[in-house]
Design a protein around this ligand. Structure first.
Ligand code: ADP
Length: 811
């Protein structure tokens, strides 16, 4: 008699959120649960952090596909978090180990701060000993513990403080920064109206990231952070800076203080103390504002939805790849690249920052925090000091740097200009503003200058720190519209370098000028492009200023639309996104709102796709488990198809729904460019603009025109590529123009984000072509639907295929 085949036990992966809550934790849970199910494993949520592991019972629950619907856009953590004293002690961890074995959980993904991850690491180190103890005490049998010899854990850093070493960002820190900036922006008006000073206290425990970034993003006059205490006599330094800003015409004073601020002797500096100094010494009407817990609240920003989703996918992959010898990973991010790092090392490094601060070794603390952190601090100092004679370069090294905005406005153009101007002034360069793009320049008339080219002062640009759009005026016009006149103006105003901030047009403009160098010697100057466009379609970079602002605006729009759809039930919205011929915006927005389908120009739209998606919708509503209440969204890039317009797609869905559900089209249009730039666009604008100025100065100051033209990097793009910020040459056989540009479709030839499209589809449960009948688009029989509990919607054949897209992301 044949022995019955016992199916092997599916791997059970537990996910928990622990420590302080942060925005994006729910995105982690959604992504871990759905990826786990997609990979053919079972997902369990451990409620209330380690307390759930110790108490077990109802606090450890299996999660199905639909249980995490709507999680992406929710703040806080829906599976709860709690400080758990028992877990600090071995007996607590022993009970936790017993519960895990009894519940059959093989692996644990923990999203929390350094405390939670320290606990996790300790748990894993003790695991074999804990099992041994459970057996020796007779609480579990040897047979029971046998399948659980190795505990796999993976950490995800969820914290608003961004205090973990080894990662540029923690899940939640950018949403929190957004809350802070919203509030500081709001204080601006009253501060300026009354010429008041405000001392604003922000969170961050022992880490100054939130305070420093908020200061950069809002142009605060002075900042207090624990890692870099102000030197003795800070009171005088602060008053001097505030006075100099006031003399230049600034009507408001903003000081940001981290809750962990201290002096070099580790004595706490309080907001009240700072208020007193300003009131007493400067007679400034100064108020204190403590932002408190509002900083933890609100909806997760685009970045946190994106990060939590991709890191969740990566955590499941890491668990499945782990062998008994693999050290426990923590999922990190460097610039734009998601990586696996050694959990123990990152925790140790984080602790060493605290130790360095305790030892008053502040230089070491700054270095250990992150290279980027120090860079930000230095650039902040540069932009707040208006008169640094010591920093000036010798005359012969000083440049006349022209700054121009090209193309459509994008969030971050103004802050980038502000930072470039501040840098130039502190080094002795002359910043020159070109107003209204190349047409503005070309309109110049020798007999009657119209003032489109002007030197620019610090006070002109200081208020631009949080302004959206383009204060210089931007324009799609190109140099080729009047090349001789463009060259004439370059010569007339003696430009030594041109700094172009803009999108594909800025790239094109720099290319035209570069190519005109043989004919026009005035063009033999360095040309540097800082990509700024909501479409993020400039060759040489994976990130453009303005794209984060746009995505935040777009997901806010989608959240509101989804709410309206869920109120009216059984409604599908087809939303049209901008992006030109690039599907970046649509795909990224799709990833961060959990869109049902995303239509992009790179793939086009065909009748198969539509009928498959309509069928998918029909099935979804048929096996409705609350689906009628969850508004559904399809995103369609504006150029995805000439025939299947947004309205046509919406009408087709309506027609085919045969009354079972309805659909509407919505076009946010220019609204997507957003209002004020997002904090991320503001701080990156500052960092990149300053890097550009340093690059111009270090590479080209004092060089002849021919030397400049001979250097391939004299026409370059600054960009984020994987884990680095780089400058890439535009010209030459191997330059961006020849090798990486699709000129016809105005986008990079290899779009780094393309592999992520599959992740969007998988996480929304959208069937693939192979899951549907080619004739009618119907889901093939045997394709289990996600709305049926326990069942992933993807075809069995595709279950278990790793989402390699994410592993190779950014490489
Ligand atoms: P965060 O994770 O935000 O840093 P905590 O430091 O409060 O927050 O840690 C959250 C929980 O993690 C604690 O309540 C405790 O259960 C567990 N934990 C923290 N540190 C340790 C440790 N050293 N050993 C064991 N468990 C720990």
């Amino acid at each position: 008699m044949a022995t019955p085949v016992v199916p092997p036990k599916k791997k059970r992966i537990g996910v928990m959120t622990s420590g302080g809550d942060s925005q994006g934790m729910n995105g982690v849970v959604r992504s871990v649960v759905r990826t786990t199910i997609h990979m053919g494993c079972e997902a369990y949520a451990i409620y209330e952090g380690y307390d759930g592991l110790v108490q077990a019972g109802d606090l450890i629950k299996e999660m199905h596909w639909d249980d995490v619907r709507g999680y992406l856009s929710r703040g806080g953590t829906l599976i709860g978090t709690k400080r758990c004293m028992e877990f600090y002690e071995r007996p607590g961890r022993l009970t936790a180990a017993k519960n895990m074995v009894e519940k059959g959980i093989d692996a644990l993904i923990i999203c929390g701060g350094d405390g939670s991850l320290t606990g996790a690491d300790m748990f894993r180190a003790e695991w074999p000993g804990l099992l041994e103890e459970l057996v020796s005490k007779g609480q579990l049998t040897r047979a029971q513990v046998e399948p659980y010899q190795h505990l796999n854990i993976c950490g995800l850093v969820g914290s608003i403080d961004n205090d973990m070493s080894g990662t540029d960002a923690t899940i939640g820190c950018y949403s929190s920064l957004e809350r802070i900036c919203e509030m500081v922006d709001a204080v601006f008006d009253t501060a300026a109206s009354h010429k008041r000073g405000f001392v604003i206290e922000v969170m961050g425990r022992h880490c100054g990231w939130l305070a420093l970034m908020a200061s950069i993003a809002t142009g605060a006059d002075y900042v207090f952070i624990p890692e870099k205490p102000p030197s003795e006599g800070w009171e005088e330094e602060m008053c001097e800076i505030v006075t100099s800003h006031r003399k230049l015409g600034k009507r408001r004073t903003i000081i940001i203080i981290s809750e962990g601020a201290q002096d070099t002797d580790l004595n706490k500096i309080t907001a009240d103390q700072v208020v007193k100094v300003l009131s007493d010494q400067l007679k400034l009407d100064t108020r204190k504002t403590v932002l408190g817990h509002t900083q933890r609240g609100g909806l997760p920003s685009f970045y946190d939805r994106w990060l939590s989703t991709l890191q969740g996918v990566e955590a499941v992959n890491a668990i499945l790849d782990a062998t008994p010898d693999t050290p426990s990973p923590v999922i990190t991010i460097r610039e734009n690249k998601i990586e696996r790092s050694n959990l123990q090392e990152c925790v140790a490094l984080t602790k060493s920052v605290a130790e360095a601060i305790k030892q008053k070794d502040f230089n070491k603390a700054m270095q250990l925090r992150d290279v980027e952190f120090k860079e930000y601090f230095d650039s902040y100092k540069l932009t707040t000091s208006t008169d640094r004679v010591k920093m000036r370069l010798p005359e012969e090294k000083r440049l006349r740097i022209a700054i121009i905005h090209v193309g459509a406005p994008a969030g971050g153009m103004n802050p980038a200009t502000r930072a470039a101007v501040a840098y130039c002034l502190s080094r002795g360069h002359t910043p020159i503003a070109i107003h209204n793009g190349f047409p503005g320049l070309q309109r110049h008339h020798d007999d009657k200058p119209i003032g489109s080219v002007r030197t620019i002062e610090w006070i002109d640009v200081d208020p631009w720190v949080n302004e959206g759009g383009s204060e210089l005026g931007t324009n799609r016009g190109l140099p080729s519209e009047d090349l001789p006149q463009t060259a004439h103006c370059f010569k007339l105003y003696k430009f030594d370098a041109l700094f172009l901030i803009g999108g594909f047009e800025a790239f094109t403009a720099a290319s035209e000028i570069r190519k005109g160098r043989d004919k026009y010697p005035a063009f033999r100057i360095p040309l540097l492009v800082l990509p700024a466009t909501v479409s993020n379609n400039v060759p040489g970079t994976e990130y453009s200023l303005g794209s984060d602002t746009c995505l935040n605006t777009l997901i806010g729009f989608c959240d509101a639309i989804r709410q309206s759809a869920s109120a009216s039930r059984r409604r599908v919205f087809v939303i049209e996104t901008q992006g030109g011929k690039s599907g970046y915006l649509a795909t990224m927005a799709g990833l961060s709102i959990g869109a049902l389908a995303v239509y992009i120009p790179e793939e086009g739209i065909n009748i198969h796709m539509l009928s498959r998606d309509i069928e998918f919708l029909r099935e979804n509503f048929k096996y409705d488990k609350g689906a009628s209440r969850a508004g559904k969204i399809i995103l369609r890039n504006e150029t995805a198809s000439d025939v299947y317009t947004t309205q046509v797609v919406a009408d087709m869905i309506k027609e085919e729904a045969r009354g079972r559900f309805e659909s509407r089209a919505a076009v946010p249009g220019h609204y997507q460019q957003g209002g004020k730039p997002s904090p991320m666009d503001r701080i990156r604008a500052q960092r990149m603009a300053i890097k550009c100025m340093q690059f111009l100065e270090e590479t080209f100051a004092g060089k002849s025109k021919d030397e400049v033209a001979a250097n391939k990097l004299s026409a370059a793009v600054i960009g984020v590529q994987g884990s680095e910020v780089v400058f890439s040459a535009m010209g030459g056989e191997d330059g961006l123009e020849a090798m990486e540009t699709d000129w016809k479709l105005r986008r990079p030839l290899n779009e780094f984000w393309r592999p992520l499209k599959a992740t969007v589809d998988i996480l929304s449960g959208r069937p693939k072509d192979s899951d549907c009948c080619e004739e009618c688009g119907k889901l093939l029989s045997g394709t289990p639907l996600k709305s049926v509990p326990h069942g992933p919607r993807v075809r069995a054949a595709s279950i278990g295929q790793p989402l390699t897209a994410v592993v190779s992301y950014g490489q």
